[in-house]
Design a protein around this ligand. Structure first.
Ligand SMILES: NC(=O)c1ccc[n+]([C@@H]2O[C@H](COP(=O)([O-])OP(=O)(O)OC[C@H]3O[C@@H](n4cnc5c(N)ncnc54)[C@H](O)[C@@H]3O)[C@@H](O)[C@H]2O)c1
Length: 320
């Protein structure tokens, strides 16, 4: 394969940015089509990408492409990813991979034995902070506590899903990625404030070896906060994902008499990194950087959290 023939599915808020990343990778990707269901989006796609075919249904271009990026509402992911896999296409699917465990199991069955790349868009894994901290977190001596806060004022976006599928999924996936100790149980409670779905959730994950993660997500808060803090007997590390700074407080004093140190890290283009990794996996027949198992486990943790919210009880986790 010389260049990967690519279609973008969904020309909405995020699909527009994905289109730019296809164009930024012209050396490896040939932009064949934008698939957008609704006329307003199609007009805007045509105006911004006059060289690219714009259609309303993936079936119209399925024989012209090698790979597709699924950037449509979450409720459509399952059908679209299923169709693409059945047609042996490489797939990048925005998070979440699908809406629930049952769909995830069916996708896993379809993907089995297929010689295609399936990458999931857990873009929060691409913060430079994790390159600096991943090893340290993996080697943490338990017990430890993780505290994640991801809240923002209401923006009116992604209200087709609840705040767990939209926001907490980032943090549930980060817990799986950053720490060796895996979740065993979930307890959550929350509020439906502005929509008929959960707008705010407090999630307690019991991790192996007596550790815990407490995740707060909300889309009707008074200000925007995105931070992750890890506390153990060795001290505390707080990552401010908004201002791109890591704050360290060890269990002793620094040589200059300070108790807290601050280290900035660079803001990166996560979507661009996702595209570059996807194209490399396809061209070099390498497994996806964030693959099916990651997608399944994140969906499972979302499912467990939603069950806990509905039943107001603790739910046991069974990871793939
Ligand atoms: N990784 C991240 O940080 C991040 C951030 C935002 C959104 N997302 C994910 O991206 C996806 C899209 O979010 P968004 O905010 O762009 O949504 P959006 O509603 O703005 O855009 C979705 C677009 O898909 C189109 N569409 C719907 N069904 C379609 C179909 N069958 N075929 C083709 N087009 C179809 C809609 O008309 C719309 O234009 C969601 O799954 C969301 O969870 C991820």
């Amino acid at each position: 394969m010389n260049k990967i023939k690519v279609a973008i599915l969904g020309y909405g808020h995020l699909g527009k940015w994905h289109c730019q990343k296809v164009e930024a990778n012209k050396d490896v990707a040939e932009f064949i089509a934008i698939v957008e269901k609704f006329p307003a989006g199609q007009d805007s796609a045509r105006a911004n990408h006059p060289q690219v075919k714009v259609v309303s249904d993936i079936k119209e271009v399925i024989n012209e492409i090698d790979a597709a990026f699924v950037i449509t509402p979450t409720s459509t992911h399952f059908e679209l990813v299923k169709y693409l896999l059945e047609n042996n296409k490489h797939v990048f699917c925005e998070k979440p991979l699908c809406s629930n465990d049952a769909e995830a199991r069916e996708l896993a069955k379809i993907a089995q034995g297929k010689n295609v790349v399936l990458q999931v868009g857990h873009s929060e894994r691409f913060h430079e902070a994790w390159e600096k901290l991943h090893d340290k977190f993996q080697k943490l001596t338990p017990p430890f506590t993780v505290r994640i806060n991801r809240v923002a004022p209401f923006k009116g976006r992604a209200t087709d899903v609840d705040v767990v599928q939209d926001l907490a999924i980032h943090d549930l996936d980060l817990i799986l990625y950053l720490f060796k100790q895996k979740p065993t149980h979930v307890s959550a409670h929350g509020f439906k404030i502005r929509t008929p779905k959960w707008d705010h959730a407090n999630i307690e994950l019991k991790l192996e070896e007596n550790s815990y993660a407490f995740i707060t997500v909300g889309r009707n808060s008074v200000k925007e906060i995105r931070e992750l803090e890890v506390i153990s007997k060795d001290g505390a590390i707080l990552v401010d994902l908004f201002s791109n700074k890591i704050h360290y407080a060890t269990n002793s004093q620094y040589s200059d008499g300070q108790f807290v140190k601050e280290e900035p890290y660079s803001k990166r283009d996560h979507l661009l990194l996702e595209h570059q990794n996807f194209y490399q996996s396809v061209l070099q027949s390498k497994p996806a950087i964030i693959g099916l198992k990651d997608g399944l486990n994140a969906v499972h943790l979302v499912d467990c959290t939603l069950q806990s919210l509905e039943k107001n009880s603790q739910v046991q986790v069974t990871l793939a």
